[in-house]
Design a protein around this ligand. Structure first.
Ligand code: F6P
Length: 455
């Protein structure tokens, strides 16, 4: 059996310092690595001189991380990954920064990863590279003479051709993808926008079996939506921690309906628009207003990037304005929390919520939507309100789908969800629950690695 080598910017394999599971993706990849005697390579998250990778084997899984010099972190991670590719791929041209130094740093760090990882690869290893931080890595490894099967999975959207062509050297970036044998996208939509680029900008052709030829090179491109570790999450929802959280939430709600949002603090998550939609609900339904409250959990991320500092300041101000305008002596309409919680605590909070409000402006998938569905009481499930621009909307189409830019759409959906009969809630929830169980993270991993093996 070939070994599996996983490469991603962040490594979430368990270590002696952090032995617990780090989320569905980590659990699934860790299980695959354990079975296939593999290695998970990536950045340590630390700055410092890059020396040999630090190997650690814990609970049967080996991880190998390198530190990166400060300038590389600024140009590669903060710069090209998070100030150029992230906003552009999330359709935010106005936030996209085009700095040559960023592109230089990005390519330099990808070469660095190639240099440090290359010597540890055996000839029949399967290599699976993840996400926009590492697009050129396959090409770098090919330059080093590697002939292994190479796969790449993009966790975020693929942008429309007209947007992507705003990126200087866009063709160089896309050409690098042709070093892989298999590339995966979250949805058919992103796969089709990739096809469009290949046909219109590269003169490539798409074949009936889904393979793509450009010049003399044919690769396979697939849509393969990532799932959650459904079984584990459902079990977590009945854990003592989840049950205690559920009780705590119900008690603190004193009969009011809880609406919950949980997101990394990122402008792509549509938090400002969500708050505006909630405010519209409060303004236009004064009689119903005190019967609900919104709990928004939003742990900060990428805090050294200006656009993230800006969105944080805007949300601080907006949440203060909403509470100032609507709160009463015994009711606060918006509980806004800037730190994260363990998975089982979240599962208990999701279960206590009558509505899961998941309204990103654009999202590759969105696993919170799936976790909310997984955590529901099968006898009395809540209602998922989901952005039609999240990848998850293609699978969770029984949610109340909304335009996240429209405050009226969000306000109407809240009203409809609160009034929804148990019968309709069950009819909507059941197919979504079946989907997250059938197309879970292990299914996703198997779909991708089977194609990678060439099956
Ligand atoms: O899903 C997109 C993604 O960028 C992942 O690659 C990443 O692990 C996650 O979001 C969190 O982002 P960051 O690693 O920048 O905190």
């Amino acid at each position: 059996m070939s070994r599996l080598i996983v490469i991603s910017n962040r490594v979430s394999a368990p270590t002696a310092d952090q032995p617990g599971a780090q989320g569905g993706l980590a659990v699934a990849l860790t299980a695959a690595l354990r079975e296939a005697d593999g290695i998970w390579f990536g950045w340590s998250g630390e700055t410092g001189e890059t020396v040999a990778p630090k190997f650690e084997t814990y609970d049967g899984v080996t991880s190998a991380t390198i530190d990166l010099p400060e300038q590389d972190v600024e140009e590669y991670y903060d710069g090209y990954a998070n100030r150029t590719l992230w906003p552009l791929f999330h359709y935010r041209l106005g936030l996209t920064e085009f700095e040559r130094d960023f592109q230089g740093g990005y390519e330099r760090v990808n070469r660095l990863f190639g240099e440090f990882i290359g010597p540890h690869i055996l000839p029949d290893d399967l290599i699976w590279v993840h996400d926009y931080h590492m697009i050129p890595l396959g090409w770098v490894l090919r330059q080093r003479g590697l002939t292994n099967r190479l796969g790449f999975f993009l966790h975020i959207p693929w942008p429309p051709t007209r947007l992507l062509t705003a990126l200087p050297d866009h063709r160089r970036l896309v050409e690098a993808l042709f070093a892989y044998d298999v590339i995966g996208f979250q949805t058919q939509e992103w796969l089709e926008t990739f096809h469009d680029y290949v046909v219109t900008q590269m003169g490539g052709s798409i074949h009936d079996d889904g393979s793509i030829t450009v010049g003399g090179r044919t690769i396979c491109a697939i849509a393969c939506p990532i799932g959650i570790d459904a079984r584990d999450f459902i079990a977590g929802a009945s854990s003592p921690q989840a049950v205690a959280t559920h009780r705590r939430m119900i008690e603190s709600s004193i009969g009011r309906s809880l609406i919950i949002g949980v997101d990394r603090l990122d402008y792509s998550k549509g938090l400002e628009e969500r708050f505006n939609g909630y405010q519209r609900y409060l303004e236009t339904r004064p009689e119903a207003r005190a019967a609900v409250y919104l709990l928004q959990i939003a742990p900060p991320s990428r805090a050294s990037v200006q656009s993230y500092q800006d969105i944080r300041a805007q949300l601080d101000a907006l949440s203060g304005r909403i509470n100032g305008a609507f709160a009463d002596i015994d009711w606060v309409p918006l509980r806004y929390v800037n730190h994260g919680y363990p998975r089982d605590v979240l599962a208990g909070a999701y279960r206590a919520a009558r509505i899961g409000l998941v309204t990103p402006l654009r999202d590759g998938m969105n696993l919170v939507a799936k976790e909310y569905v997984a955590a529901q009481d099968p006898e009395d499930p809540g209602v998922l309100i989901l952005s039609r621009f999240a990848g998850a909307a293609t699978q969770l189409d029984q949610a109340l789908l909304v335009n996240p830019y429209s405050p009226d759409d969000i306000a109407d959906a809240i009203e409809r969800a609160l009034a929804m009969s148990r019968e309709e809630r069950l009819a909507r929830w059941k197919p979504m629950f079946a989907n997250i169980c059938n197309e879970d993270v292990n299914w996703w991993r198997e779909q991708f690695t089977a194609r990678l093996r060439g099956a």
